[in-house]
Design a protein around this ligand. Structure first.
Ligand SMILES: *[C@@H]1O[C@H](CO)[C@@H](O)[C@H](O)[C@H]1NC(C)=O
Ligand SMILES: *[C@@H]1O[C@H](CO)[C@@H](O)[C@H](O)[C@H]1NC(C)=O
Ligand SMILES: *[C@@H]1O[C@H](CO)[C@@H](O)[C@H](O)[C@H]1NC(C)=O
Ligand SMILES: *[C@@H]1O[C@H](CO)[C@@H](O)[C@H](O)[C@H]1NC(C)=O
Length: 425
């Protein structure tokens, strides 16, 4: 069983499972579904996840799309609670005590949070609570969770218990970005007409591995090692540390139990025969939107409305980033002093400790910030650690509101305002 989000990664993941022999009734797909027929897609109705790849969009079931892709539906699906679902196909994870569950999630993220195409975003502690609840209901045997997002390690670090029969791997540790791949200007690059990255490094690594190997004999551990080497090694300028969490022993099991296996790969014996195509460079996932507008700007004809629009978008995004970065920094200085502010905000807790002790505090503080400074939005998720540290330092809600009000003398308008797209709305 699978749940996944946004972009070409999702469609590719579906194809892996489908070729592995899983039935559609056992696969649940969440995707925003905004790119296949978007005017920015140079091949309408087609999505590729590799420069030489085939269409991965064809046949993908659209269980939850658009605004139905949200936290409440996601949790209801995981818990198998049909009455709590609104919209979508109504498919839920109706699992039995002997079932194996596979969840693959790919989106933007930040310390302690995962992006959704809709608001609010998903907080790590709420996800962990759902996993505990599902475990208590006794409706699965084991569960594998693959997660691609910036700072994805922070979703499980110090939070995922070892006794839930859940094994998770993440694209990055708790303090670093994950990376896009097959990006314009990199090698190998997407076909010339593309202005976006085709996939994400960790996701493409596990899927291209699953595409060619015999998953009846390859173990989760072997895949983890391969993916880890492809996501960070000495020949790469950029990369992230692929991590494992939860019940690590589960990684001795074969991938087959979670993803099936394509019969065409039956004769593939050595999983360490590294014939995978190489990816030598990557783009910080957080910069993927900037890169897109930049390439669009660069490639549009001089003086065209398209060029003007791309330039405006690029400057808007840059201005929002600067506003958020400066506001957070200034707020830190107001709360902890000019010298100590940055130090407190940037502190990283020791490995094994969760991002924050009091998640309710984190949510309240995010809300306070957004009320005065506008939406953190996708980019602003990177500041979740700073806000968590404000909670860890015992700051009161009122102090936070006051510092935010002082740091942000104007409330941004339009798409960055907190009323329009508040992170925690
Ligand atoms: C999730 O989507 C459904 C259907 O679009 C909607 O009724 C529900 O309010 C949404 N929940 C959240 C938290 O946005
Ligand atoms: C399912 O969701 C509904 C509505 O949110 C809730 O009232 C009910 O308690 C849930 N059922 C279970 C078994 O959790
Ligand atoms: C695997 O090898 C056997 C024996 O050589 C052969 O009969 C079979 O067709 C091969 N299967 C595939 C999928 O290539
Ligand atoms: C190092 O990473 C690059 C880029 O992902 C990959 O092509 C190469 O195979 C990796 N090296 C090893 C030893 O896995």
């Amino acid at each position: 069983m699978i749940l996944c989000f946004t972009l070409a990664d999702v469609c590719h993941a579906y194809q892996v499972l489908k070729k592995g022999g899983l039935k559609d009734e056992n696969i649940i797909v969440f995707m925003y579904d905004d790119i296949a027929f978007n005017e920015e897609n140079p091949r309408p109705g087609v999505i590729i996840n590799n420069p030489h790849g085939e269409d991965v969009y064809a046949g993908v079931p659209k269980d939850y799309t658009g605004n139905d892709v949200n936290v409440s539906n996601f949790f209801a699906v995981l818990l198998g609670n049909r009455t709590a679902i609104t919209g979508g196909s109504g498919k839920v994870l109706d699992s039995c005590p002997n079932d194996h569950i596979f969840v693959y999630y790919s989106d933007h993220g930040g310390p302690g949070v995962l992006g959704m195409p809709t608001n609010p975003y998903l907080y790590a502690n709420d996800l962990i609570d759902v996993l505990k609840k599902k475990h208590a209901s006794g409706t699965y045997k084991s569960w594998v969770f693959y997660l691609e997002a910036c700072e994805s390690g922070s979703i499980f670090e110090g939070l995922l218990p070892k006794d839930l029969n859940i094994y998770a791997t993440t694209a990055a540790n708790a303090v670093e970005s994950s990376w896009g791949t097959y990006c314009p200007g990199e090698f190998p690059s997407p076909p010339q007409e593309y202005e976006t990255c085709l996939g994400d490094l960790y996701s493409v690594a596990w899927m291209e591995d699953s595409d060619v190997h015999n998953l009846q004999t390859e173990t989760l551990k072997q895949q983890y090692e391969l993916v880890k080497m492809r996501t960070m090694n000495e020949s790469m300028v950029f990369g992230s540390h692929v991590m494992q969490y939860g019940d690590i022993e589960l990684n001795n099991e074969n991938l087959f139990m979670y993803m099936g296996s394509n019969p065409a790969n039956d004769n593939f014996t050595s999983t360490y025969d590294n014939s995978l195509p190489s990816v030598s460079r990557a783009v910080n996932q957080r910069d993927a939107d900037l890169i897109h507008f930049w390439h669009k700007f660069r490639k549009s004809p001089e003086g065209s409305p398209r060029k003007f629009e791309a330039q405006k978008k690029f400057f808007d995004v840059m201005a929002h980033r600067t506003h958020i970065d400066h506001s957070v920094e200034l707020m830190g200085k107001l709360l902890f002093g000019y010298e100590n502010g940055p130090e407190v905000l940037n502190a990283v807790r020791p490995a094994g400790k969760p991002l924050v002790e009091d998640w309710d505090c984190l949510k309240i503080m995010v809300r306070a910030f957004e009320t005065h400074c506008g939406s953190l939005s996708q980019y602003g998720m990177k500041h979740m650690r700073s806000i968590a540290n404000i909670c860890n330092a015992g700051v009161e809600k009122e102090q936070m509101a006051e510092a935010s009000a002082q740091a942000c003398t104007r409330i941004p308008s339009g798409s960055w305002s907190s009323t329009f797209s508040g992170f925690s709305a």
